[in-house]
Design a protein. Structure first.
Length: 215
């Protein structure tokens, strides 16, 4: 009981540090935030910070990976086995848009990280960790099952291998969502649902090798 309570507290402290870091990085950029800023925001001590992260770089990487995992897990949960592959993919893409509407800060952070990753001075160890995370995500892509089912049941006829399609969808969807979710939230209006709906339809027609209906 006592051990379980301590573990829950550790998890909460780590989550609080990640949330504080995310907010500060988005507000001030990746290079301006210091450990003391995160600790002040999270109302935790530097000692507690170092129990979870060895550096700000490690915190930054942890935030990026957690946000991507949260996004892919939430979208994956919407798929059901009683649908064909195209239907599963449709449900997941629409859920992806809803997720972006509800968590625009996730999309903004992922974009900010991606833009700065190559220029940021990560250690070789942290780069290797992130590269392995990305490689695992590509090999076990969260869209792969729906695409494979679609190819098998004939609802998806694209000649490209399912894994290539999955990676293409991820890149294009994130690019579109990052475009409609403004970097500066104070200047952003509600997401253009008409644009996102049209984009999802066009993406589905391409992935499934369907003709786009006129009008």
């Amino acid at each position: 009981m006592n051990e379980n309570w301590h573990q829950q507290l550790r998890n909460k402290n780590r989550d609080d540090l990640i949330e504080a870091g995310k907010e500060l990085f988005l507000k001030y950029g990746l290079l301006q935030v210091k450990i003391k800023d995160v600790c002040t925001k999270a109302e935790l001590s530097r000692v507690t910070f170092y129990k979870h992260f060895q550096s700000m770089d490690e915190l930054l990487l942890a935030i990026q990976m957690q946000l991507i995992e949260h996004l892919t897990d939430e979208v994956s949960r919407t798929s059901t086995k009683d649908l064909n592959g195209r239907e599963q993919l449709t449900v997941m893409l629409n859920a992806w848009v809803v997720f972006a509407q509800e968590h625009p800060d996730y999309i903004r952070f992922i974009q900010l990280f991606d833009i700065n990753y190559e220029m940021y001075d990560f250690s070789p160890e942290l780069r290797e960790q992130y590269d392995k995370f990305n490689q695992n995500g590509k090999e076990k892509h969260f869209l792969l099952h729906a695409l494979s089912i679609g190819v098998a049941d004939g609802s998806i006829k694209n000649p490209s291998p399912p894994l290539e399609l999955a990676q293409f969808i991820f890149t294009t969807m994130m690019g579109m969502l990052q475009r409609v979710v403004k970097i500066d939230p104070s200047k952003s209006s509600a997401m253009d649902t008409r644009m996102t709906e049209q984009f999802v339809k066009m993406l589905l027609h391409f992935v499934c090798s369907e003709e786009i209906p006129e009008g």
